[in-house]
Design a protein around this ligand. Structure first.
Ligand code: AMP
Length: 355
């Protein structure tokens, strides 16, 4: 067990790291943030920080010596970095879960192998493969980069009339994954925590609404029928068990008009779709992560309130005063300097009595 007073190493310096560090400090832990950026939301709230690239072995070695357990808030930490650290200190979730989630093809193959349904997909490495894929999966499809894609980045939506030659040139030559377009009724996300002893704690499914590929709003409870919510929870628990992880996994899903539940993506870390848990649950996702990786008992994931969470993206941050004028809204800002378009600057959770 990693006890309060010991140090948690966090790879990645964004808002997820910041909120993890805040939850850890409430339990008496110290945090050491490692990321290449000098000024980062997580470094603002922690006393210990390393500024170095993820392949700097000297800095990684020193970092490992200074901490007792390591987690990541950023999915694109190289798998080799996680493995290097795992030889020195426990990395939770482990390098395997990280490698599975950061490669969309590996991720989909893993989901298929455990019997979780997904959109139809195929690998594409050439324009000819893109044409063949469109004939098989079309008429509408999405071409995504296999690696380094997030918040809808590295994605190209293709219609029957799309010029596939031009699309392939725009996409570049990196390997891609082509997914059949899912005409979904809604999207859901379920977060599951798994402790050292294999015990699970599952948060209620939330309905997620995206704008241009970026999460905009979550609604808890979701408006899907109870049997679909139960299926979504069961799928997320299955993913957590098959990944054999210690920590958190967020499972993003599509619900089709026929009531099928298809997994879109998995993220073995705290997730934007779980920010509502900070204000509406007995134990929020960040505290739950700290408990899981430190070998503490998990807390209750039950919600005491219903919640609508809205991201403040880019210029939305200017609304912070209005947000505070409503006493039932909780404001969270991430301390970022530049409100660039598409950049997550903060979020607002509006609470209401649990139905
Ligand atoms: P992703 O980065 O894969 O999570 O995609 C971001 C968002 O794009 C998703 O939350 C969906 O709203 C949409 N999207 C991604 N893949 C598909 C798909 N195969 N069919 C329909 N919509 C999709």
């Amino acid at each position: 067990m990693i006890e309060p007073g010991q140090t948690i190493g966090i790879l990645g310096g964004g808002q997820l790291g910041r909120m993890t560090a805040l939850a850890a400090s409430a339990l008496g832990y110290r945090c050491h943030v490692y990321c290449p950026e000098k000024n980062s939301p997580a470094k603002q709230v922690t006393a210990y920080a390393t500024t170095a690239e993820y392949d700097n072995k000297l800095a990684l070695g020193r970092f490992a010596k200074s901490v007792d357990v390591i987690t990541f808030e950023f999915e694109n930490v190289p798998g080799d970095t996680a493995e290097f650290l795992a030889e020195r200190k426990p990395v939770r979730p482990g390098p395997n879960a990280l490698r599975t989630a950061q490669d969309r093809l590996k991720e989909k193959d893993f989901l298929q192998s455990i019997g979780a349904a997904t959109a139809p997909y195929c690998a594409v490495a050439t324009e000819a493969e893109l044409r063949a894929g469109m004939s098989a999966l079309g008429p509408r499809a999405i071409l995504k980069t296999v690696r380094m894609g997030y918040d809808g980045k590295g994605q190209l939506r293709l219609q029957p009339e799309s010029d596939l030659g031009a699309a392939w040139r725009e996409f570049g030559t990196s390997p891609g994954i082509l997914e059949g377009f899912v005409e979904f009724a809604c999207e859901l996300s379920v977060i599951v925590a798994r402790g050292e002893n294999g015990k699970l704690a599952t948060y209620a499914p939330v309905e997620t609404q995206h704008t241009q590929g970026i999460l905009d709003t979550t609604l808890t409870p979701s408006r899907v029928p109870g049997d679909i919510a139960m299926r979504a929870e069961a799928i997320a628990r299955h993913v957590a068990e098959k990944l054999d992880l210690i920590g958190l996994v967020a499972v993003e899903m599509f619900v089709t008009h026929r009531g099928e539940v298809l997994v879109n993506e998995i993220a073995p870390r705290p997730h934007n779709s779980g920010h509502w848990t900070i204000d509406a649950c007995y134990t929020n996702q960040f505290e739950q992560l700290v408990r899981a990786i430190c070998g503490l008992p998990l807390g209750s994931p039950e919600r005491h309130s219903d919640a609508v969470m809205k991201n403040l993206i880019g210029a939305d941050i200017a609304k912070w005063r209005d947000v505070l004028n409503d006493p039932m809204q909780k404001l969270h800002l991430y301390g970022k300097d530049e409100a660039l378009p598409g950049r997550k600057m903060g979020h607002v959770t509006k609470l209401s009595q649990r139905r």
